[in-house]
Write a protein that binds this ligand. Structure first.
Ligand code: SME
Length: 153
């Protein structure tokens, strides 16, 4: 996938637009997932929210997914534990990768922090093509995460 075909500028401005006048977090996460799902190659996109000692599935677009992930487990649990984004070109080489769907071959996961700097959720994007994401995708998704930080009360 040539990321030149992923128009993040438009997606970001759309996300800014729909979240600017809405303060309900679930509504904002749901619309954000819907906007991102329109990008080429986005097989699954959604949020896992920190609830106690687990991540729990939140708003998403794509096939049915795992509902709970422990801290430190898989890509999502690792991003939560480390507070750092991860680009995974080949999910099969990531130790402990959680295969919610066998079709997912590459993924990118970014943390979404609350205003105090604690990870409140992670944003997970999966592709059914290998090595489908690069640092442009990662940086654009980190911008999405920053917009959402502003919407977490
Ligand atoms: N693959 C993720 C789990 C979430 S699903 O892909 C939707 C992981 O290893 O954390």
């Amino acid at each position: 996938m040539n990321t030149a075909t992923r128009d993040y500028a438009t997606a970001l401005s759309h996300i800014e637009g729909v979240t600017s006048s809405e303060n309900d977090l679930t509504a904002n996460l749901a619309n954000t997932a819907a906007i991102l799902k329109t990008l080429p190659g986005y097989f699954w996109v959604g949020f896992y929210l920190v609830k106690g000692d687990e991540l729990v599935l939140g708003p998403f677009q794509g096939p049915v997914a795992c509902t709970r992930i422990a801290r430190g487990n898989g890509v999502c649990g690792t991003v939560w534990a480390e507070g750092k984004s991860r680009l995974v070109p080949d999910v099969h080489t990531f130790p402990g990768h959680i295969a919610c769907n066998a079709a997912s071959l590459s993924e990118v996961v970014v943390p979404v922090f609350d205003k105090s700097g604690t990870v409140a959720m992670v944003l997970d994007v999966d592709s059914d093509r290998p090595a489908d994401f690069n640092s442009d995708d990662l940086h654009a998704l980190e911008k999405v995460a920053r917009i959402l930080t502003g919407k977490i009360s």
